[in-house]
Design a protein around this ligand. Sequence first.
Ligand SMILES: Cc1cc2nc3c(=O)[nH]c(=O)nc-3n(C[C@H](O)[C@H](O)[C@H](O)COP(=O)(O)O)c2cc1C
Length: 218
Amino acid sequence: MKLHDALYTRRSIRHFTDEQIEPETLTEIIHDAQRAPSWANSQPWHVVIATGKTLATIKQQHRQLAQAGRGGNAELDVMHRNDWSAFAQQNMQDWNQQVMQNLASDPAGRSTFLYAQQSLFDAAAIVYLLLPTNATGWSLYDLGAFGQTLMLSATDHDVQSIPAYELVRYPDLLHQELKVPQSEMFAMGIALGYAAETQLNKLVTDRVATSDVLTILD
Ligand SMILES: Cc1cc2nc3c(=O)[nH]c(=O)nc-3n(C[C@H](O)[C@H](O)[C@H](O)COP(=O)(O)O)c2cc1C
């Protein structure tokens, strides 16, 4: 697949089928992601992938916590929506509208969206992206590049994905089930799998005009 096609084909999928991903495919995707650049080639990331029984346990406990109304305590700070820039707030509002418009024909509407979150999108595999707890913003920058490279490689392997806060919302559960020490943090999660044919998965987001984010000075 051409890079341009991968860039424009990748989009977030929120409901996966129960088809599993071959371990060799998962390894290849991470191998590709390792091509991401990083500060002095520090490669600060560590990756844990949950599949099978491990993932089933995490899904079950995550759903219980979410349904009990337990607030998240992600290891990266979460900023209240009102504190974002006006530009970002507008973009998030537009996205919310797109989500609801896409689900307009679904009588369950917002519940379908929430259920997908609570079910961790029925992912076949969840990739947890870890950093040392004392990592700086530079390593976080590197990890973002790693994540996007990973998702582009997944697209190239005909595997769909979603990067989601929801996946790392309850880090205590993840430290325990995945036996990750407190010296590492769950910075982000990416769910992988094969897309189910559902309305939820028909959402295609747009982007602001390039001129809104770009300044070229002569
Ligand atoms: C840091 C981050 C956190 C996200 N968290 C969630 C989430 O918790 N739930 C969700 O449904 N989507 C989540 N997303 C997916 C975004 O909504 C999605 O990437 C964005 O709307 C653009 O759509 P696209 O990925 O289909 O291009 C997250 C994406 C990023 C990068």
